[in-house]
Design a protein around this ligand. Sequence first.
Ligand SMILES: [Zn+2]
Length: 272
Amino acid sequence: MQIASRRLTFCYLCNNRLAGAGPTIREHVIPSALLGPSPVESRDQWPVVVPAHKKCDERLKQTSDRWIKILADIHTKGSADWAGPDRVLEMPARPALLEGVGGENPVPIFTGLGEVISGGKSWIRGLHAALHNTPIQLNSRMAVFPPVPAAGENGREPTFEQSESMSSLIRCYVSHASAIGKWNGITAWGGTLRFLTVWTSTWCMWTLTFHGVEEWSRNVNGVGNDRPWCGFYESEPPPGAAILSETDLQAAIDAWSWNGVSPPKELLRFLA
Ligand SMILES: [Zn+2]
């Protein structure tokens, strides 16, 4: 589904009314620095722009957007093309090789990524607002998984194994939803930006891809193993939402294969 920009009256970052709280801007939900070249056809050029308070954008979005750009650059460009060593060090995440994961080829991951990829939560709030014309409640539980392996720190964020199995299951649900035609979404920027969602009674599960995501993921995960961004958030399905039935969920799980093991039962209960 290709949708037009709607006239929103709330700020998707703080959920308050746009009017009467200082200057507003029309904000690229996915930062333009990450979107890639402009589509040839002008009718395809909507880059998902929604309104926000200027101060909310500065306070809640700009820094994490910059960190995500740096993270992608580290994985896709030579160090001479990085933003600069000081910019890389400013990021609150540390690279680590996780021994014992990936067999003979240990998987390079970043630890402590929670703060960095919180920028992805802003993107999802903006995409949901553009798609459904309603905000995601501020206290909704949300999880965002980048297109490369990642792990949390200090027990506050998902471990590497939890991130891997959860993100794999979410990709499986959304891919099944797409295969059976039960999904909502946004296609924009000449078809390179694709946001797919599907719902249970409590959760929205989603995948997101745009220019450069495939290359970023492939550089780290290996050829044939590229991933989109993915995650889930807590929300009642809005009117018109595509909802997976019990049968659909089971069919998706039957097709699930992640290292040849079954999805953890507690994860299935959590998402059902
Ligand atoms: Zn705001």
